[in-house]
Design a protein around this ligand. Sequence first.
Ligand code: SF4
Length: 257
Amino acid sequence: MFNLVTRTWNPVTGCVHFCIYCWARRLAITRLYKLFPEYYDPEFKPRLIEKKLRERFRPGELVFITDVGDLFCSEVPDEWILKVLEVARRNERTLFLLLTKNPGRFIQLLEKYGVEIYSRNMIPGVTVESDYDTYYIRMKVSRAEPPYSRLETFLNFIKKYSNEINGFIPKCWISIEPVIKFRSWKRLVRQILRFIPYVNKVIVYVGYDNYGLLKKHGIEEPTLEEVQELINYLKDSPRVEVHVKTLRRAWNEKLGR
Ligand code: SF4
């Protein structure tokens, strides 16, 4: 979890990105499905939980929407997303994190329904595990858009809408977690710095896999030195706020790879 987040809210659960390292899917289709069968699909397909739309939020909270799934994945109907965003808009003194691996959906929705569906209390975010798309595709890490291309799509969204959505998108969020073998940490840093002119703050989280799932599937991680270089460089950059999560040597580094 992210230390800035004070609450999670799952009015929609489920996801079709099939990330190889997904803990949410495993948890949802086993323990959570047994405990709350009305909230989770046994195959982790998206599900709307109408009664969660009636929850109340306190001013000042930072609410992560749908941490057990991806609200913006392709199988979630537009109508569900619009309902969720409407609740977020109504709670204008609460902040809502919209974190996805499908940032192209932000653009599609705004083009289709207009910028009115968005509001300044929303923090759009993207998860990118790497900058190495060909490795990511070769290792079949997930069915989502490959990470470097995903980051480019997110940048296009921010560039296009930062001046249109109520004047400004105050903050955006980039989660580099779990880190997967980089082609070049400098390239990833350069891409992140391109967000700076468009927002007040870029919040970046960085961390290694906590569950040993990348190792289990033979997916390599960047070296600790590379990750530390990336963190140090970002920390020295204006308007970038870096949060470091799990840091350790890469499993493949220990093997001398
Ligand atoms: S995007 Fe998140 S919820 Fe969806 S499969 Fe990947 S890790 Fe799991």
